[in-house]
Design a protein around this ligand. Structure first.
Ligand code: IMP
Length: 416
């Protein structure tokens, strides 16, 4: 029986998990997504092929790796089909994609509800991706959602769609939903998705029992977790490593290594607390140098310094054994860098749970930057001395080893 390793983002998403999973996937038989939906946008660059994956796991470019979309995810069946078609068009064998019967479907009404809720929130809008992720999880918890496995059972599917629409109406959800056309579209999607659908529990456990290696890939980041993130400015799923257990249907004893992915600075899309945010030219410089625009929505990302308070919180929540630091090259050329090392309120030191306090003060540690280009460095020990000091300082503030550092967007640009 093998253990399942986990990769999670430890900030607000967009840490570059996709490219790290892509790199690590060569050592695994299966890469499994355990939560979220097509609110995620993992980009992978190989040579001149750039792929934006939304729901298909990031190990897709390793021809031997199977790609499992687990029961904790919410899936727009039409979006999944579009993604499979796009992958096929560039020569990827998509028969390796497996969809758990326990994943829940995202319906057009969910996206409409998501957008209507954002308008109703007005000034307090969360800045969601508008993909219907929250309402799909709401319906799952309210027991009126539609598990993907029902796509294979037309009678059950019809009853579920009716019930979902009726419940929406009874709750006064004022969106334009047409049960008949939703059902017809789902039946058509179901026929095409049938070859990909599996009994998710048997699928995964049989592989673990055979000793195959499974890498569980998180979506979004720790600070967007519905329970432990900056609530209510979070997504609607458990993005923490703990989400693997319920998202894939495994016990905690099945989990092996947990690796966190952290960007060398911080970014956030959407509203919510961001203590290390830079509202000045330095933030703009990070945005431009790092290409910090949302993969799914195209929105400019908010940018700021690395926040070690948030990172320590994430180390605890995920039980991290190691961290991979991404986009260190983006910091090249800054005269001075800074790291947020503490939060204070009313003179007292406070923890990340108070990140949203209006009267929060931050403690900042400055460090000299480096001017050298680091794109060709393949060993951490060969980085310019100030870059090495920066990495070592983050490591000591987090209390977890940094096992690799990305120094450019290409697959090979990783220093270890
Ligand atoms: P939702 O997941 O669409 O409901 O959006 C909730 C919050 O999570 C918003 O602030 C989004 O910008 C953020 N979010 C959702 N998915 C991602 C992601 O993959 N990367 C970064 N932020 C995300």
């Amino acid at each position: 029986m093998s253990k399942l390793d986990v990769i999670v983002g430890i900030q607000w998403g967009d840490e570059g998990k996709g490219r790290v999973v892509d790199l690590y996937a060569v050592d695994y038989d299966v890469v499994a997504r355990f939560g979220g939906g097509d609110n995620a946008g993992h980009s992978i660059v190989v040579g001149d092929t750039k792929l934006a994956l939304r729901i298909v796991p990031s190990g897709v470019l390793n021809p031997k790796t199977e790609l499992f979309i687990g029961g904790g995810t919410v899936v727009d069946p039409h979006g999944l089909l579009r993604e499979l078609d796009a992958l096929s068009a560039v020569g990827v064998d998509v028969r390796r994609v497996k969809l758990s019967d326990r994943a829940h479907l995202v319906l057009p009404s969910h996206a409409a509800r998501d957008r209507a809720a954002e308008i109703a929130r007005g000034q307090q809008a969360l800045g969601t991706t508008g993909r219907g992720i929250g309402p799909a999880y709401v319906d799952r918890v309210a027991r009126s959602g539609i598990p993907a496995g029902d796509l294979l059972h037309p009678e059950v599917l019809a009853a579920r769609v009716e019930a979902n629409v009726a419940l929406g109406r009874a709750c006064g959800v004022d969106v334009d939903v047409d049960a008949a056309s939703t059902l017809a579209a789902l039946r058509a999607a179901g026929e095409r998705l049938a070859p990909y659908l599996v009994d998710g529990v048997s699928y995964l456990h049989e592989r673990l029992e055979r000793g195959e290696r499974v890498l569980a890939e998180g979506a979004q980041g720790t600070l967007l977790d519905v329970g432990y993130g900056t609530y209510p400015y979070v997504t609607s799923s458990h993005t923490l490593a703990g989400g693997v257990c319920t998202g894939l249907g495994v016990g905690p004893t099945a989990v092996g290594r947990v690796t966190g992915i952290a960007k060398a600075y911080c970014t956030r899309v959407g509203a919510g607390p961001f203590p290390s945010e830079l509202g000045d030219a330095r933030g703009e410089r990070l945005r431009v140098a790092g290409g910090e625009f949302g993969t799914v929505t195209g929105r400019p990302r908010r940018c700021g310094w690395f926040d070690a308070v948030a990172a320590r919180y994430a180390v605890r929540l995920n039980g991290l054994g190691a961290v991979v630091l991404t986009k260190l090259d983006v910091l090249s050329g800054f005269d001075r860098l800074a790291i947020v090392t503490g939060y204070r309120r009313g003179g007292a030191s406070v923890e990340f749970s108070l990140a949203g306090s209006p009267d929060l003060d931050i403690e900042v540690e400055e460090m000299p930057g480096w001017t050298e280009s680091i794109g060709g460095v393949s060993r951490i020990a060969d980085l310019p001395s100030n870059a090495r000091r920066y990495v070592a300082r983050l490591e000591s503030l987090m209390g977890v080893p940094i096992e690799a550092v990305s120094v450019g967007p290409e697959r090979s640009q990783i220093a270890r």
